[in-house]
Write a protein that binds this ligand. Structure first.
Ligand code: ADP
Ligand code: MG
Length: 208
């Protein structure tokens, strides 16, 4: 079985590739709803994460995620840098001491990742934030595993739910973050943070 550390490294590398691939879309969405920095900032943060993974090949599973959080704080300006850093640091605690991840551990990890963001940002469902992608991902993963689906199938369902959750932010007015300032003009535009969060869940599903 693949070790937790190797799996998490694969996740972060693949997430970096997906964020890089979608950086212009993320920035474009943030131009409408915020200040247009989301894609480029996150891309810079994930490039720094990949640099750390390459430089330090001996990290434990929790250190891998904790370092990812530190790199995001240092390299991503804006709300998403702190929020994703909180997510990775919270997820780090969830995997500490695990040599391999069982399905229930993956659910705990994803829940901790989501909780890191909700604890720091205090957003609720429907506020037009990252949580609108992460909440359905966690719920779907939980339900799919309870129904006896394989972890891979459950994660792919979670990724689809995250993507649907991101798309469902389109008609909403924002109640958190910079998009609050555009008020009603937020309607008709997908939230950039929910979009990047869905990419992180997709990256996870694709490497498992
Ligand atoms: P900034 O708005 O500071 O420029 P980014 O553009 O990097 O930061 O990220 C914007 C995204 O951050 C939003 O699309 C939203 O999903 C997310 N966000 C902002 N505030 C919160 C919050 N309190 N809780 C969860 N997510 C939030
Ligand atoms: Mg921004």
């Amino acid at each position: 079985m693949i070790t937790t550390t190797a799996m998490l490294r694969n996740w972060l590398r693949h997430a970096a590739a997906l964020i890089h691939e979608h950086r212009e879309l993320l920035t474009e969405l943030d131009c409408t709803l915020g200040d247009g920095d989301h894609g480029l900032n996150l891309d810079r943060g994930f490039v720094a994460i990949v640099g750390t993974l390459t430089h330090d090949t001996e990290m434990s599973a929790d250190k891998v995620l904790h370092e990812a959080g530190i790199r995001l704080i240092a390299n991503v300006g804006g709300a998403s840098g702190s929020l994703y850093a909180a997510a990775f640091c919270s997820a780090a605690q969830a995997v500490a001491g695990h040599q391999s991840l069982q399905a229930a551990d993956v659910l705990t990890l994803m829940r901790a990742f989501r909780d890191g963001i909700s604890t720091l940002g205090s957003a609720k469902a429907g506020d037009k934030t990252m949580l609108d992608a992460l909440n359905p991902a966690v719920t779907t993963l939980d339900t799919a595993l309870m129904r006896g689906r394989t972890l891979s199938a459950a994660l792919h369902s979670a990724a689809a739910a995250a993507q649907a959750g991101a798309a469902a932010t389109m008609p909403l007015v924002a109640r958190r973050g910079r998009a609050v300032y555009v008020g009603e003009h937020a309607r008709g535009h997908q939230d950039p943070g929910a979009t990047s969060a869905a990419l992180l869940v997709l990256a996870f599903a694709e490497v498992m």
